[in-house]
Structures are given as structure tokens and as C-alpha cells.
Design a protein. Structure first.
Length: 296
């Protein structure tokens, strides 16, 4: 069980305030301040410093926060495992998935997993990469399958699959001369995009930046958080979009969308599993991922 002073430190880092941390932990503000002073004496350095926004961890505080938050999450997982075993039940596997993976990979993957492990309990949360990384940090999911960039300093990862990305448009726009010769030829068109923070959008923005372009160089943008809505807008000739081929495979096969990917804009990216660096459960996550690679 984590020390009560550790709980106070973690909550202060998360809330940015000793007063709010004390309120969350149902203790007095002087008691919370004393906990933090005791922890600083224990480690022999300042862990928190005042800032314009309240309290922020020092460099040493950030190192300690990362280590202790992993321990906190592992302790909570262990408590759930023991509680489930005491009740003669299997502890649930709490998985996070970005929306593309949740819609176009997870259903078949999890169905195949349950055929192999019929007694397994699965709980899945969806969100963009940043949201899921936050859920991992708070211990609300065990690990996540993501498509966007993430902080390798705080997260361990393993690739699940390598995925091709495509530019797709409505059938009429892809007729005639076929695919455009260059990404710059698409600049007169509107882009239909995922919201900021989504993995697909970050990959697009990075791929454009390498070519000295940005989304602002196109005729306009539409932002939608729903992949089905994005594909419907493109089919209705509202613009073109950039997404994983897996996410548009059915529409491409039926001719409802067409592949307009220029030869100078062929992009691939990994779907990856991520979890807290240093977790005691890392071996379990790696074993599970090795099994899933054969199912993806």
C-alpha cells in the first residue's frame, strides 16, 4: 500500500494545488503541507515549486511523480486482481483503443481473443491518443492500442501492425486522369479532418510538414470527430480526407470512395500497444500483444 504522503504528493501534482489535493483526500491543508515537507526531507530535495498556476513539480518532482504513478497504477491493478480472485472471478482486461482501431480492428481482434479465452472479461474505452494516455496515467485502463505519437519517456510500447494511410475522395473526383501526381495538386480541395489530438490528424500534419506544407495550404478544412461522418462528407463531395486504408476498405471496395493518394504521399504508420514504463504488468501486456499480432 502506498504511503499517505505519496498520495498527497501525487494529488498535488495532478491538481496543481495543495488546497485542492487536501480537499480531494479529505484532509486539512496544513496536514497536506506537512506530508509534502516530510517527503522532501525523505528524498533530500525540493519536489514542488510555486508557479503562476499554483504548484508544479520540480525536475526531481517530475521524476518521482512518474515512478510513483506507475507504482500507484500497479497497486490498483493488483488490488482488482486479488478482489476478483477472492470472488472466484477473472479480473477484467481494461483496454483503451483509438477510434480507428476501435471501429475497424478491435471487433474482430477481440472476438478472436474471446474464442481462444472464453472466460476472459474485457472492458474497452475509446478516445484519441492523448485521452487514452491520460487514462493510462490515471490507472483507468491497463494499456491501449493507439495510432498517434506518444511520449516514449513515460510509456513502453510494442507495434501491433503496420498500416498504410491513403487520401480518399468521392468517385467523381477520382475519375478521368486518375490519381494526382503530387500532394500539391490537391491544394485547391478542402480537407475533411479528424479533431486536433487524434492520431490520424497528427500523422497527416507531420507528413505535410516534411513536404513544407500544412493543412492551411488547402482550400479549407472541416473538422469532424466521427470517422463515418468524415467518409459520408467525402462521399458527398465536401472534400478529401486522409485516413488509414483499413478504415475505408469497405467503401473503396464498393466504389463509394476512391483512392486519390499521390505517389509522393505514400505514408505508413504503426498501430501500437502502450502502457506505463516500468509497470510490473509489462510481461503480461507483451505476451498478449504477441498473441494478437497473429489475429490483427
Amino acid at each position: 500500500m502506498l504511503d499517505y504522503r505519496v498520495r498527497t504528493f501525487l494529488e498535488t501534482c495532478r491538481t496543481g494545488s495543495v488546497t485542492r489535493a487536501a480537499r480531494e483526500l479529505s484532509i486539512s491543508q496544513p496536514a497536506a503541507s506537512q506530508h509534502l515537507r516530510q517527503l522532501e526531507r525523505r528524498y533530500g530535495c525540493a519536489l514542488l515549486a510555486k508557479s503562476g498556476r499554483g504548484m508544479e513539480p520540480t525536475q526531481a518532482g517530475r521524476v518521482l511523480y512518474r515512478a510513483l504513478s506507475v507504482m500507484e497504477a500497479d497497486e490498483e491493478r493488483l488490488a482488482r486482481d486479488l478482489e476478483a480472485l477472492a470472488g472466484d472471478a477473472r479480473p477484467p482486461l481494461r483496454l483503451g483503443c483509438t477510434r480507428t482501431i476501435a471501429d475497424h480492428l478491435a471487433p474482430n481482434l477481440l472476438a478472436a481473443h474471446l474464442r481462444r479465452h472464453p472466460d476472459e472479461r474485457l472492458l474497452m474505452r475509446t478516445g484519441n491518443t492523448h485521452e487514452l494516455v491520460d487514462l493510462i496515467g490515471r490507472g483507468e485502463v491497463d494499456f491501449a492500442l493507439v495510432e498517434g505519437p506518444f511520449d516514449h519517456a513515460t510509456l513502453d510500447s510494442e507495434p501491433l501492425s503496420r498500416e498504410a494511410c491513403v487520401v480518399v475522395g468521392p468517385p467523381l473526383w477520382g475519375a478521368g486522369e486518375g490519381r494526382p501526381e503530387s500532394i500539391t495538386a490537391l491544394r485547391p480541395l478542402r480537407l475533411v479532418l479528424r479533431e486536433p489530438g487524434s492520431g490520424t490528424r497528427e500523422i497527416l500534419e507531420r507528413a505535410l510538414a516534411v513536404r513544407d506544407l500544412s493543412t492551411d495550404d488547402f482550400a479549407g478544412t472541416i473538422e469532424l470527430a466521427s470517422i463515418p461522418a468524415i467518409k459520408a462528407c467525402v462521399a458527398a463531395e465536401a472534400g478529401v480526407t486522409f485516413l488509414y486504408r483499413r478504415a475505408a476498405a469497405d467503401e473503396l471496395a464498393r466504389g463509394e470512395l476512391v483512392d486519390m493518394t499521390p505517389p509522393d504521399f505514400e505514408v505508413e504508420h504503426d498501430f501500437s500497444a502502450v502502457w506505463q514504463r516500468g509497470s510490473l504488468y509489462a510481461g503480461r501486456f507483451r505476451s498478449l500483444l504477441e498473441e494478437w499480432r497473429g489475429l490483427a
